[in-house]
Ligand binder design. Sequence first.
Ligand SMILES: NC(=O)c1ccc[n+]([C@@H]2O[C@H](COP(=O)([O-])OP(=O)(O)OC[C@H]3O[C@@H](n4cnc5c(N)ncnc54)[C@H](O)[C@@H]3O)[C@@H](O)[C@H]2O)c1
Length: 254
Amino acid sequence: MKLRDKVVVVTGSGGGIGAACARRFAAEGAKVVVTDKDPDGVEEVARSIGSVGSVGDITSEDTVHAVAELARRTYGEIDVWFSNAGYTGPHQGGSIGDDGLWDLSWRLHVMSHVYAVREVLPAMLERGDGYLIQTASVVALAMHPDKAAYTVTKHAALSFSEWLAATHRPNGIKVSCFCPGPMLTPMLLSEGFPADHPALRGAATPQEVAERLVGAIDAEQFLIVDSSTGPDSLRGKAADYEKWVEGMAFAVER
Ligand SMILES: NC(=O)c1ccc[n+]([C@@H]2O[C@H](COP(=O)([O-])OP(=O)(O)OC[C@H]3O[C@@H](n4cnc5c(N)ncnc54)[C@H](O)[C@@H]3O)[C@@H](O)[C@H]2O)c1
């Protein structure tokens, strides 16, 4: 899909990848609605692209509805909904995490995607056109050794994308799941890794990622990855599950 003149909602676009995508998509000629729980981020990004913004917690269905209404009122029917907001949680060092973290991870990485689809899919189906994009992570194709709730809910996000693609692509709906590796955003930088840490080596800049996404959206590709790490992990898992689990093992400091 070409983004020119399309109405595009990007969640989590007050910062990180979402902000870079909002700017890049606007440069492509899209009418982008910015939304985030960070009011300063929304204000700054929306102003920089001459667009509208909405502040709210996207894990609430009311927020999702309000964002969609703002988009329709301002620009008309929504062509693309990019469910991108995410949260990794603090360093967990092998602990399971409390119910609050699990609940938030589920609501943000799965239910906010479900609410968005509920909101926009009926009109897309009527038109026989529309694009639904969900950000999961390379973690959804492998795992994050430190973060159980993040790993599990990102797997669920990928699974929801697969279900959407299988069920609605025949109806003209495009679906992509974005499964990137490390990206140089506040999320990764706040982990406090030293500059020479392997997690930062080869990490993409937000601008590089946004550029790649424009190409992947144009190609209407289902799985959007930025390295062979995820696909290699999937192949390794299918070839020898025992070895794959051993390869993922890490020593927890106690
Ligand atoms: N940075 C990485 O290395 C990396 C790697 C793989 C996947 N991801 C995924 O990419 C997506 C974007 O991550 P990022 O790196 O830009 O993170 P980020 O933390 O830099 O930006 C995320 C944005 O989402 C917003 N947000 C978080 N929770 C929200 C909520 N409940 N309601 C509304 N807005 C909310 C934040 O305020 C922030 O502006 C996430 O889904 C993340 O899981 C990131």
